[in-house]
Design a protein around this ligand. Structure first.
Ligand code: FES
Ligand SMILES: [Fe+2]
Length: 454
């Protein structure tokens, strides 16, 4: 990997975002562009490595793979998290595979070198046959990787010089903290292999512009005033319930079934005739009913109405480059994207909900990876997936040069590509941090923003 002097002037970026509302197609398949991401992006960003309920007990570990790197994430005895590169210091064999408990440490399967749960080397077989410089204390320990916990997840960063996690996640970290994202646990977890670039996959889920065309079942009359201005509050309630049920079934849990039932309990509510006041009164009643139902079962969740009043009840929170969460009332969907090649992506979806405080989390089962046309996908992701391979193929058309973005509602796509260019140019972290702050927000309906570098 090329070593970049980040104090020197920025590296040239091929197919750069010179015009903010146009994205060159080569960014989604050009091997050299992909290689630049491999060298300049992925080794320098905080990545969601696992959910904490995957490692519920001290010494539980999981292996996180990104490109050709494997990182072992371990829950420590004091319940913090730690990570190491998964390579035996003797001849490089991966010492851990998949997940499990490392209470007795790790034993390399090749020649039996041993490591404690903290990654320290504890045993070298036939040590007297090695010269002293290959037995230096410390040099034989598994190489540590930066690892921090936030939001119910363990995050890793392969760059020892990267700023702390929290600094890189703001302002979304504070917004999601107010929503108590850390008290969510996995209800189910799916994985999909998509024959598209990782950015293309992600971009299909971070804008709302596609919703009415791609998901026609979400065009529900009665949720908003008709063209002639007429509005019926009773029809509105029925339409909202229909919307919640469609989202719940269609996304396989994005609106939790419990919250749908809570909403159904409000069916007889009398709302004002004015549409704006009717929506506000409905949302308030539903927020309050959801909070009281969940708190009655010992679930930790914030006062949603109070969050609403403080402007913190966001429908989505994005963390560059590969993770986001979509809160809906008590629960959420969460997504992670990892490149498997220039035109191949591993995408995961979690359905997250609240459990009684103090109840031991159930360790989620890692998902079988389904193809994007697998009939088991719920209708809404199935519709999104149906566009993606067609889009990746369409990008290769000779006459297609670049995407034409709406500067008002698809701005997040431009924003994330320009932050990406900052990484690819090898800019120092003091220049990247303000850019990360402008992209780590609710991406839906975002305009193009000034991210402090072109
Ligand atoms: S490679 Fe691990 S003990 Fe030899
Ligand atoms: Fe969609």
């Amino acid at each position: 990997m090329a070593v970049v002097d980040r104090k020197a002037s920025a590296l040239p970026v091929p197919y750069a975002m010179d015009v903010p509302d146009r994205v060159r197609k080569e960014r989604y398949y050009d091997p050299a562009f992909y290689q630049l991401e491999v060298e300049q992006l992925w080794p320098r960003v905080w990545q969601m490595a696992c959910r904490l309920e995957e490692i519920p007990e001290p010494h539980d570990f999981v292996e996180y793979e990104i490109l050709d790197q494997s990182v072992v994430v371990v829950r420590t005895e004091d319940l913090g998290v730690q990570a190491f590169q998964n390579a035996c210091r003797h001849r490089g064999v991966r010492v851990a595979a998949g997940r499990g408990s490392c209470e007795n440490g790790f034993t390399c399967p090749f020649h039996g070198w041993c490591y404690g749960p903290d990654g320290r080397n504890t045993f070298v077989s036939r040590a007297s046959t090695f010269s002293a410089h290959n037995l230096e204390a410390g040099d034989l320990d598994l190489t540590p990787v930066r690892c921090e916990a936030w939001g119910g997840c363990a995050w890793i960063n392969l760059d020892a010089a990267a700023p702390p996690l929290r600094e890189c996640l703001e302002p979304v970290a504070s917004i999601l903290d107010a929503w108590q994202v850390e008290s969510l646990r996995t209800e189910w977890w799916y994985a999909c292999r998509l024959p598209v670039n990782w950015k293309l996959a992600e971009e299909a889920f971070v804008e709302q512009y596609h919703v009415l065309q791609t998901h026609p079942q979400l065009r529900i009359p009665g949720r908003y005033p008709a063209r002639d201005g007429s509005f019926d509050p009773q029809v509105f309630v029925e339409s909202e319930l229909h919307y919640l049920r469609t989202m719940s079934e269609g996304m396989g849990g994005m609106v939790h079934a419990d919250d749908v039932r809570i909403a159904e309990g409000l069916q007889g509510i009398v709302l004002p005739a004015d549409p704006t006041s009717a929506r506000a009164a409905w949302e308030q009643a539903l927020n309050e009913a959801v909070v009281s139902w969940h708190r009655g079962r010992g679930h930790a969740l914030p006062d949603l109405q109070d969050l609403e009043a403080r402007g913190l009840n966001e429908p989505m929170g994005y963390a560059f480059p590969h993770w986001f969460v979509l809160p809906m009332y008590s629960s959420a969907s969460s997504y992670r994207f990892r490149p498997l090649g220039p035109e191949e992506t591993l995408m995961e979806i979690w359905s997250l909900t609240r459990f009684p405080e103090g109840e031991k989390p159930v360790r989620p089962t890692p998902p079988e990876v389904w193809e994007c046309d697998d009939p088991r996908w719920p209708p809404i992701p199935a519709q999104d997936f149906s566009n993606l391979p067609r889009q990746q193929r369409g990008l290769h058309a000779r006459g297609f040069e670049y995407m034409r973005l709406s500067e008002q509602v698809e701005g997040h796509i431009s924003n994330l590509h320009r932050v990406l260019d900052g990484f690819l140019a090898g800019l120092p972290y003091d220049r990247l941090l303000p850019a990360l702050r402008s992209v780590n927000v609710n991406p839906l309906e975002q305009p193009i923003v000034d991210i402090a570098f072109p």
